[in-house]
Ligand binder design. Structure first.
Ligand code: BES
Ligand code: MN
Ligand code: ZN
Length: 497
């Protein structure tokens, strides 16, 4: 449990350790920030210093005479000064602080030169927020099933004279809400599919809305799904004992008449591939094939808790893709609510089938914008690795807005095309469209498939998050495997709409 509090004095104060950030070179970064050494010299009387020093690759430890720790966290040099530097460094630091069992730490924020601040962070507030996000998210561990849970508890006292106590308190509050829901998204992703399946996911969303009634929840069960001719969702779910659900979240932070923004999240609670079954290796990861749903849920509750003045709708088609005697088969043809028929070539291309129904349903809200998030294709991971999602949209302004948010949050996106040529690859001889393209450009043909179900009346962007939803621990603040990718990105984006 990580907690934050403002402090107006750096020394002397009740604390076990001081956390400083340092830079290893004479880069742009170093020029624009106040050095830890400088602050130290100015703020700490000489007689308290001591010379004991311990080094590791990116962390230096030193002690005051009274035994208190001075912890110097070295920042990685990224391409340039950017908002992810302190998020990452803070996450590295917090892991070490936890392992050292420290309880009270003074977080010393370096002052930053005005120009760099404006160029890279927008505001003092967001600059500070990156540290808090790093500390909170870096301490995350999925321990629900561990008998021995980490009892880590650190109170951070934030020393940052550039901002008033009131403003720092506001940043703390904001960061606490955001990180709480990023971690909720991670918990949902991490939950085993035996526990988290469409019905329990729907129950979870309902129980969250009990805590925050500003989010209204509706759930369509299988009967309702059939009645509404959501045959993509029905087809994907029919091989499983666990019945599909269609979950709707509504948050109105503005007058009802203003057009909402719809977020659609792929909610495949387990993707075995179905009859076109996946190989065994890494199949367990497919318990996280509901990452888009997790991000959607977390984002809407964050927006509601922050009382953002927007209207938001979340749509989650939830199903489990399993092989059985009742599964859909390759060669089947399904007719969707939109009237379009789909030839099933590969039952493992299931995400796009359930998303087709959700995108169709989205039009009912007459939204101004629809963004879908889906762990849609392995091909996208082949293209971009774990470090970015694929962004698809025909709208350049929308793309620019999303990229802007992504630069701030460090949740990177990379735009891929939706050119008409690719649409030819999903032509079918016997139906209106086929659910897979050829061998190449799989992320793009999947996006093109979705586009066929998008109403031209609303703007649309698709994020293929198959890479960054799951990750090794290469970025210190994303936890091993399930990252909660997209929540911070969407909130940043929404703040500006
Ligand atoms: N959920 C998977 C995509 C995926 C793969 C996400 C690896 C994360 C990591 C999706 O349903 C899928 O199976 N896609 C197929 C599509 C293919 C059959 C056209 C894929 O990418 O192999
Ligand atoms: Mn699949
Ligand atoms: Zn899938």
């Amino acid at each position: 449990m990580i907690k934050f509090k403002h402090t107006s004095r750096i020394f002397p104060t009740e604390t076990d350790a001081y956390l400083f950030f340092t830079f290893s070179d004479k880069s742009e970064i170093k020029k624009s920030l106040r050095n830890a050494e400088e602050i130290l010299k100015e703020k700490f009387p000489k007689k308290f210093h001591d010379s004991v020093m311990a080094n590791s690759e990116n962390q230096n430890l030193s002690f005051l005479k009274d035994g208190r720790l001075l912890f110097f966290q070295k920042c990685d040099k990224l391409e340039r000064l950017n908002p992810d530097i302190f998020r990452r460094a803070s996450a590295s630091a917090v892991k070490k602080l936890i392992s050292m069992k420290l309880n009270r730490v003074t977080l010393v924020i370096s002052t930053i030169e005005k120009e760099s601040l404006q160029k890279n962070f927008d505001s003092h507030e967001y600059y500070l927020q990156t540290f808090l996000e790093g500390l909170a998210l870096g301490s995350y561990k999925y321990d629900q099933y561990l008998s021995e849970k980490s009892k880590a508890k650190i109170d951070f006292h934030i020393f940052y004279p550039e901002l008033s106590k009131r403003k720092i308190d506001a940043v703390i509050k904001l960061s606490n809400v955001i990180t709480k829901y990023v971690m909720l998204a991670r918990d949902l992703q991490n939950s085993p599919a035996s526990e988290l399946y469409p019905e329990t996911l729907a129950l979870k969303v309902k129980s969250l809305s009990k805590q925050n009634p500003k989010v209204k929840v509706k759930v369509f069960n299988l009967t309702e799904i059939k009645k509404r001719k959501m045959r993509g969702l029905e087809a994907v779910g029919k091989g499983s004992e666990r019945k599909p659900q269609f979950i709707i979240l509504e948050y109105f932070g503005k007058d009802r008449k203003s057009q909402p923004l719809v977020i659609v999240g792929k909610g495949v609670t387990f993707d075995s591939g179905g009859i076109s079954i996946k190989p065994a290796q890494n199949m367990w990861e497919m318990k996280g094939d509901m990452s888009g749903a997790a991000t959607t849920i977390a984002t809407i509750f964050t927006a509601a808790e922050l009382k953002l003045k927007i209207n938001l709708v979340g749509l989650i088609p939830a199903a489990e893709n399993m092989p059985s005697g009742s599964s859909m088969r390759p060669g089947d043809i399904i007719r969707t609510a939109s009237g379009k028929s789909i030839e099933i070539d590969n039952t493992d291309a299931e995400g796009r089938l359930i998303l087709a129904d959700a995108l169709e349903y989205a039009a009912k809200y007459k939204p101004k914008l629809v963004i879908d998030l889906a762990t849609l294709t392995g091909a996208c991971v082949v293209a971009l690795g774990n470090f970015a999602s694929g962004l698809f949209t025909r709208d350049d302004d929308l793309s620019r807005e999303i990229v802007r948010a992504s630069n701030l949050t460090g949740e990177r996106v990379w735009r891929l095309p939706l050119w008409d040529d690719y649409h030819q690859l999903i032509k079918s001889d016997i139906a209106d469209v086929k659910n897979v393209g050829g061998r190449w450009g799989g992320a793009i043909t999947a996006a093109c498939f979705l586009e066929k179900f998008v109403d031209k009346k609303y703007k649309w962007a698709h994020l293929d998050i198959a890479g960054p939803a799951f990750a090794e621990e290469t970025i210190p603040y994303t936890s091993k495997t399930m990252t909660g990718y997209g929540v911070r990105l969407l909130i940043k984006f929404l703040e500006n709409t």
